[in-house]
Design a protein around this ligand. Structure first.
Ligand SMILES: Cc1ncc(C[n+]2csc(CCOP(=O)(O)OP(=O)(O)O)c2C)c(N)n1
Ligand SMILES: [Mg+2]
Length: 1031
């Protein structure tokens, strides 16, 4: 661990005995009286109200009194009389009469001084004295300092290597034990406050912001310091004082400060030992059987397994029934085996290199997910555990887990997250380095994204592959990212099992109480290299010398429990042997297996969805007109209480225009989308649309949420009020994140197939910020993990002169990742469409009219399986007068048209048509206008591919056959190395079988997706349209 701000030099080492001496030397000599009269010395020196700075004053008073006792105040007179009469030290002083009542802001001294216990810091009934107040304030400051800075000197590192002065550029030195540690507390925590040894027995009233006293209201300073050291500087370091809520800070103090909070019963200790035995035994068994296999073992942080189990036990005890987990490679197999209790033989078959029984390309064993329902033996409650499958891309699974958790909460009606929760595991380097962690954290408290608290556990082995923390992050801790959401952070020494368990209990309780994120940072080490075949001594020689000398935590803990008499050595061995036998039996069972099954590793089974379904039968997507009218009217109406609910005048105009369209049986883009959503909602399909500014729509066309112009937060969402028994509709503006939010929606989409989950990019151009989610989850998720998703990506796309970053959703990339073979044309069949959809990895479409949008969205649900849909969506077409559809194209009996043939004069005159231009999306309207303007409507046929991938070979073939004398072109507005050209060209070739050729009509190749110059844009467009008209 890299607590860079701890400034300590090894050369400062001082022993215990020297410690007090140095402490005393540092302080001003209190009460060093300089009163000339020697006999006064002893009594005055002992007077607590006198100190060094007052000695000159006392001297003046004394000299004045010697000259004339009446020249000084009566209280001085009494004091000097008592002192000269030999009063015992400390009792010469008599308080003066209290002439005035205490003002509002003054605290009577008696209230500061406890009536009993220890030596009072001053006699009761004395007036306020500056020193007393200072001392109490100092004690308060010390308490506060421990609370906020104690973690800096806590003994967190099992290797003891993290105490270096950053200035020494990381030499491993220092020793947290004994003198240096005490000195550390002094240097780091109490640096501005000095007390002497005599002060140690003085009793101080405890402020309400500490719970070290339990029932005691005051404690001697020595005890205060001891208890603070124990709570804050032992094996747990807590960061929580940045939390804005006093209630939450107190809650933590209450659980961490009282003495002995980490004490466990013998039963609890035995349970920890048993769990540690399994955790350690599992890795040992794998190491023994497959010594050269990569498994990213947990050795060095075996405590993770008992820790996770503790979080799960406590959370289930507090009402949680389902836990969704995301984790990286480290210790993953161990988690599946010992936390989820996945059958060991299934795990072991993954090492056997067997072929898979089912479809898919599969994934390496330390990426696979699982889903298990079982009885939690500790709480005797049934629990569901899922570990999400994840890619190598570290932390990418975080938002996916959150989306899945949120979805499960939603379907269960668990609005406060009491039944479903997530646990996220992190590596120290990835947690600090990967930006998606921050993006995910920022979803944690948003109304439409919160999962009501996540328990984050960091396997902090103080290294990332071969990189030291001091070179992999600038923050003091790898967990600092969690501070932004006010999550408490518990750093804990991984070799202190009981401290770890205590922290796990507190973290689970925190989540159950406040429903906010919390972090457990298990400071540990990595016993082997990054994987089992790596040599760590190449790069971390000193660290690994230390590791070689460090006993495994199981040994440390077992020895301790044996010494405590909690277990015997025989019992320890017995538990170990039993677990080894379990592993052996499973190993033998695994040897019998001939195939692996990817389905065994599914993290989100959709029970009941596939059963009894014809896998090639699609439900109709057309809708009866009455439904279209009903949804259209509701969507076009102001709120029912319109008299009180004042909406913007501009919106009233929009609603009026919508209503006119409904009356004319036409729809624009927004209305078609609303009708697709509304009709699905009517059918009981939950719809969720998320993304930046989606409620209004980036282009101000959607307006799904109407805002009262006079009342804050008063909104109305027409689509949520279409039918009394409709499914819920969620539309939510997201945080300004693509990676995090798209990941979240993917997780949401895999939870339940009966939902339409859509993510809209603000402009399609920004989807590449979420490239990892697109590549690792959406495009390849089903192939790797047999997990389907029907997520829809709405991607504003189109060359409209808006410059390089507001023009292209990079259609070409999605098409390039489509897995259909360009050289293979599937045989024609009546179920051609659905068969192709069944076999593809995703659908890529660029629709040109609202009816297509309506059908393709509904088709997502009409399919008997789920596929992601990548949909290019328009910008200017949202308001284009020709971009309208009739109810006739959406009614029952109609369906999605993968291809829209030419319907104008050219179609009636097919034999004479000289050119057929195939195109997709927005450019259609430019081509149409050009053809009209040039009077070429009979000569050029324009055919639209509404679905580009899977490639509609069957329909294209029929279109080509219609126009035997025409040359074929592909017209696109994107540059030649972009858009659909490189996808369609080889497929046309396959289709045409050298009988004919298709040529390219579009912009030239370019590095940037679009020009930033309006003039250049217009010129490029003119060129492509001119070329389109060349016959
Ligand atoms: C996004 C990403 N970048 C790089 C890698 C390559 N990589 C795999 S593990 C690893 C180190 C991870 O360190 P840490 O997060 O501390 O986990 P540990 O292996 O120490 O448990 C790296 C860089 C990756 N898997 N993902
Ligand atoms: Mg690490």
């Amino acid at each position: 661990m890299h607590r860079a701000r701890v400034i300590l030099q090894a050369s400062n080492k001082i022993g215990n005995s020297e410690r007090f001496a140095s402490w005393l030397l540092n302080k001003p000599q209190a009460a060093a009286m300089t009163v000339q009269a020697n006999r006064l010395k002893s009594s005055t020196a002992a007077e607590p109200f006198l100190n060094g700075s007052s000695s000159a004053y006392v001297e003046t008073m004394y000299n004045a009194w010697l000259t004339d006792p009446n020249s000084v105040h009566a209280s001085w007179d009494a004091f000097f009389r008592n002192a000269t009469n030999g009063a015992q030290p400390g009792v010469a002083y008599t308080p003066p009469p209290n002439l005035a009542p205490y003002s509002k802001n003054e605290v009577p001294l008696t209230s500061l001084v406890p009536a009993s216990g220890g030596m009072p810091s001053i006699a009761a009934g004395s007036p306020i004295n500056e020193k007393i107040i200072d001392d109490h304030l100092a004690v308060q400051a010390i308490i506060r300092s421990y609370q906020s800075r104690g973690h800096l000197v806590a003994r967190l590192d099992p290797l003891g290597i993290s105490t270096g002065d950053p200035a020494s550029s990381g030499d491993w030195h220092g020793d947290w034990h004994g003198g240096l540690r005490a000195f550390a507390s002094e240097a780091v925590i109490r640096q501005h406050v000095r007390f002497d040894e005599a002060d140690m027995d003085r009793v101080f009233k405890l402020p309400s912001t500490t719970f070290i006293g339990e029932k005691e209201k005051a404690l001697p300073l020595r005890e205060i310091l001891n208890r603070l050291e124990e709570a804050y500087c032992n094996n747990i370091g807590i960061e929580f004082m940045f939390i804005n809520s006093l209630e939450q800070c107190n809650w933590i103090r209450q659980r961490m400060e009282p003495p002995n909070v980490t004490k466990m019963s013998p039963d609890q200790k035995r349970l920890i030992l048993a769990r540690l035995t399994r955790s350690t035994g599992f890795e040992n068994f794998l190491a023994k059987k497959w010594s050269s296999e990569k498994r990213f073992g947990l050795e060095g942080c075996e405590i993770l397994i008992p820790a996770m189990k503790q979080v799960i036990d406590t959370s289930t005890r507090l009402g949680v029934e389902s836990i969704i987990m995301g984790m990286p490679h480290r210790g993953r197999l161990n988690v599946l085996a010992n936390v989820c209790r996945k059958p060991l033989h299934q795990l072991f078959t993954q090492f056997a290199g067997l072929e898979a029984e089912d479809d898919g390309s599969g994934d390496v064993k330390y990426h696979l997910g699982t889903y298990i329902e079982r009885l939690n033996r500790v709480t005797n409650k049934n629990i569901r555990l899922a570990v999400c499958a994840n890619p190598s891309h570290l932390e990418a699974v975080d938002p996916v887990v959150q989306g899945k958790t949120r979805a499960e909460q939603f379907y269960r009606g668990d609005n406060e997250g009491k039944k479903v929760m997530s646990i996220l595991l992190h590596g120290d380097a990835a947690f600090a380095g990967q930006g998606v962690v921050f993006e995910t954290m920022h979803l944690s408290d948003l109304p439409a994204y919160t999962t009501h608290g996540t328990v984050h556990i960091v396997v902090n082995n103080q290294i990332g592959f071969t990189t030291d923390p001091r070179h992999s992050r600038s923050s003091a801790y790898c967990t600092d990212v969690a501070r932004v959401v006010n999550a408490p952070i518990f750093h804990v020494n991984g070799d202190s099992p009981e401290a770890v368990m205590h922290v796990c209990n507190v973290a689970a309780e925190w989540r159950a109480t406040f429903h906010k994120d919390v972090v457990i940072d298990i400071v540990s080490y990595r016993r082997n290299g990054h994987n089992e075949v790596d040599e760590p001594m190449f790069t971390q020689p000193l660290m690994y010398q230390k590791i070689r000398k460090t006993k495994p935590v199981l040994e440390i803990y077992a020895d301790r429990l044996i010494a405590e008499g909690v277990v015997t050595a025989e019992e320890v061995k017995d538990v170990k042997d039993k677990y080894e036998k379990i592993c052996e039996d499973a190993y033998n069972q695994a040897k019998q297996e001939t195939h692996i099954k990817y389905k065994d590793w599914l993290d989100s089974p959709w029970s009941g969805f596939f059963e009894g379904k014809d896998p090639l039968k699609m439900s109709p997507t057309g809708v009866v007109e009455e439904t279209l009218v009903h949804i259209g009217k509701r969507f076009s109406s102001p709120p029912p209480n319109a008299a009180e609910f004042e909406i913007h005048k501009g919106l009233l105009r929009i609603l009026k225009a919508r209503m006119e369209m409904v009356e004319n049986r036409t729809v624009d883009w927004a209305l078609a989308e609303a009708m697709a959503f509304g009709s699905l909602l009517k059918e009981g399909i939950h719809v969720r649309l998320s993304g930046e500014d989606v409620e209004r729509g980036t282009f101000s066309h959607r307006h799904h949420v109407l805002h009262h112009q006079k009342v804050d937060k008063a909104t109305y969402c027409p689509l949520a009020h279409l039918y009394p028994d409709q499914a819920p509709y969620t539309v939510c503006n997201s945080s300004l994140s693509e990676y995090g939010v798209l990941g979240f929606e993917v997780g949401y989409s895999v939870t339940n197939p009966n939902a339409l989950v859509l993510w809209e990019a603000q402009f399609g151009d920004f989807n590449n910020v979420a490239q990892c989610i697109i590549d690792q989850f959406i495009s390849s998720g089903q192939a790797k993990w047999v997990r389907q998703s029907g997520i829809v990506l709405l991607q504003p796309h189109g060359m409209e002169g808006m410059g390089p970053e507001h023009s292209s959703a990079r259609l070409e990339r999605f098409l390039q990742m489509s897995a259909d073979d360009p050289d293979y044309m599937p045989p024609e069949s009546p179920d051609y469409e659905v068969r192709q959809l069944h076999d593809c990895n995703w659908v890529v479409a660029n629709c040109s009219n609202p009816a297509s949008l309506f059908h393709i969205l509904r088709r997502q649900i009409a399919l008997p399986f789920r596929k992601p849909l990548i949909l290019m969506t328009p910008k200017s077409l949202l308001r284009h007068p020709e971009c309208k559809s009739s109810f006739d194209d959406m009614r029952d009996g109609t369906a999605f048209k993968r291809l829209i043939p030419e319907e104008g004069p050219a179609a009636d005159n097919a034999a004479n048509v000289r050119k057929v231009a195939f195109c997709s999306g927005r450019v259609y309207y430019d081509l149409l206008k050009q053809r009209r303007d040039r009077g070429l409507e009979k000569d050029i046929a324009v055919v639209r591919l509404e679905q580009i991938s899977p490639f509609p070979y069957d329909l294209i073939k029929a279109e080509i056959a219609k126009y035997p004398n025409a040359q074929l072109v592909w017209s696109q507005e994107e540059h030649k190395n972009m858009g659909a050209w490189s996808y369609v060209e080889p497929r046309f070739r396959t289709l045409l079988q050298n009988q004919k050729q298709i040529s390219y009509n579009g912009r030239a190749t370019a590095a940037s997706p679009a020009t930033g110059s309006k003039a250049a844009h217009t010129k490029e467009l003119r060129n492509l349209l001119d070329e389109f008209c060349v016959l």
